[in-house]
Design a protein around this ligand. Structure first.
Ligand code: FPP
Length: 230
């Protein structure tokens, strides 16, 4: 969800206004993707590197998470809940940098939405693709150390089982808005054969039409997964 800061700057607004508009775009895209029957959507909301931002910006983003989660609770209480299941991926251990009250709210949200299977929306918070692979490697190393796994028996599947996305299919399409042409530590293992779609649109401006465009382009791609053309 990149480009929030630039979107705000262009309007002479504080960066936090860009993040607020980013949350609106998030809701819009979830609605549209659920309507289209997209089974899995993953949003990069906060990276392990984003803690380097100013304390003001970090707390404003944390406050947006809080607000979003409380709004989810309110919707739940009033039976206005959304159709999608919410999952959070990233380093969300207690005692880490994500405030405990947010951890409690997001675990609650995951549990309450767990019966919805139509569209699974994963939100990456305190997430880094390299750190995710490192965590999976450490878990396997511990099994090897205990004599429960032989190094030569470690498979791709074992690594995948140790990722936050375990049990989910690999992404087919990765959309990066805001003109940057890189993955920025997002789903590094999982993106091995993903199609990439880049756009200059700043995330808060991203609309249903842009999602349609990305999906139309995706439908024209020839995916060979390392094989030759049939
Ligand atoms: C990247 O844009 C955006 C972020 C680091 C934060 C995104 C967070 C939210 C939209 C709020 C929380 C989300 C949910 C789903 C509740 P940038 O700030 O790097 O923009 P720039 O590159 O233009 O400076």
């Amino acid at each position: 969800m990149d480009g929030n800061g630039r979107w705000a700057k262009r309007r002479g607004l504080p960066r936090t206004e860009g993040h607020k508009a980013g949350v609106d775009a998030f809701e819009r895209v979830c609605e549209c993707a659920a309507d289209l029957g997209v089974p899995y959507l993953t949003f990069y909301a906060f990276s392990t590197e984003n803690w380097r931002r100013s304390p003001e910006e970090v707390s404003a983003i944390m406050e947006l998470f809080r607000r979003q989660l409380r709004e989810g609770e309110r919707r739940q209480a009033e039976n206005e809940e959304k159709r999608w299941r919410i999952r959070y991926i990233g380093d969300l251990e207690e005692g880490g940098p994500v405030p405990d009250d947010i951890l409690a709210l997001l675990r609650d949200m995951e549990e309450k939405s767990s019966f919805r299977e139509e569209t699974v929306v994963s939100i990456a918070v305190n997430y880094g693709g390299q750190q995710e692979i490192l965590r999976a490697a450490r878990r396997l190393a511990a099994l090897v150390q205990k004599g429960q796994l032989a190094p030569e028996d470690i498979s791709e599947r074992d690594i995948e089982d140790g990722l936050y996305t375990a049990g989910q299919p690999m992404p087919d399409l990765i959309i990066r808005p805001s003109g940057e042409l890189r993955l920025s530590n997002f789903l590094l293992w999982q993106s091995a054969y993903a199609e990439l779609w880049f756009s200059d649109i700043l995330w808060p401006d991203f609309t249903e039409r842009d999602l349609d465009r990305a999906l139309e382009d995706f439908a024209l791609r020839q995916r060979r997964f390392g094989d030759i053309e049939a």
